[in-house]
Design a protein around this ligand. Sequence first.
Ligand SMILES: NC(=O)C1=CN([C@@H]2O[C@H](COP(=O)(O)OP(=O)(O)OC[C@H]3O[C@@H](n4cnc5c(N)ncnc54)[C@H](OP(=O)(O)O)[C@@H]3O)[C@@H](O)[C@H]2O)C=CC1
Ligand SMILES: O=C(O)[C@@H]1CCC=N1
Length: 283
Amino acid sequence: MSTRDESETLPRIAMLGVGSMGGAILAGLRSPGVRVDGPIAVTAKSAASAERYADAEGVIAHATESDPEANRKAVRGAGLVVLGVKPWLIHDLLREIAEDLEPGAIVVSVAAGVTIASMEAIVGDRVSVVRAMPNTPATVGLGVTGVAGGPSAGAEAVETVRSLFATVGQVLVVREDQINAIAAVSGSGPAYLFLYVEEMTAAARRLGFTEEQAAALAEGTVVGAAELLRRSGEDPAELRRRVTSPKGTTEQAVNVLQDGGWPELFDRAFAANIRRSEELSAG
Ligand SMILES: NC(=O)C1=CN([C@@H]2O[C@H](COP(=O)(O)OP(=O)(O)OC[C@H]3O[C@@H](n4cnc5c(N)ncnc54)[C@H](OP(=O)(O)O)[C@@H]3O)[C@@H](O)[C@H]2O)C=CC1
Ligand SMILES: O=C(O)[C@@H]1CCC=N1
């Protein structure tokens, strides 16, 4: 896993689609110490989404519903074009902007499932196409992103995209055939953790705690444990061992959870996730 080189200046960026994921990446790009060439051109569909960036320094935001040419205008002059729209909109978006892309620009899609070959077939080889699979902890600079270049992308293009995502966390450069698996593990991963917190809170409620108490217990424990894992640098198994006194209470609960078949459950959940990426790639 690699992180950020603070001396680097990123090329001029256009970000088409600035919802949960695009917004998280944009937050990273706007953080102190990140150098980007020129203002970041951002587009969203609705005026309401674009207006969220009306006062944002270094960002020029437009809505396609107000200006149907907004995407085409945004990519002109951009060396790095980030596609942050839903997977089923990617191909239409590429058709829309293909003629306006600068020769040599890098197009990076964060869309689940959409293959590099299908994107290259639309934009040709005048540009480099790269796929990335980030996650929403990027919002707080703790993202994990997988990056893969296609045949059109040389080492330099992949390195530029690696630098882009290094502004919001750790980056793993992989082969494209590993991107769906990255989506299953880390792309969607935050949702599994949030579900865990929801379930732990609900179970605490059933033990008689108020909603507020249950949320404080569950959220505080998960955040505290994650921070301990991060700061201590210890193996999670070792940290678990330190909680689990032999013949104590934790051991009993951990046995119940493990008997619940977690390995198989994770395998099934990941397989379902990957299957959906494959469906999305079929269009
Ligand atoms: N959410 C996540 O955790 C992750 C998502 N991804 C990928 O990121 C992509 C975006 O997902 P997510 O951020 O969750 O989705 P959102 O719905 O939150 O964001 C989509 C964005 O695209 C905008 N948009 C829609 N149509 C257009 C258009 N024609 N031109 C420009 N902008 C447009 C929307 O505008 P408006 O706000 O006005 O609707 C919105 O800003 C997906 O492809 C997904 O697979 C990848 C990894 C993690
Ligand atoms: O749910 C999704 O399809 C996207 C891709 C990974 C996380 N969110």
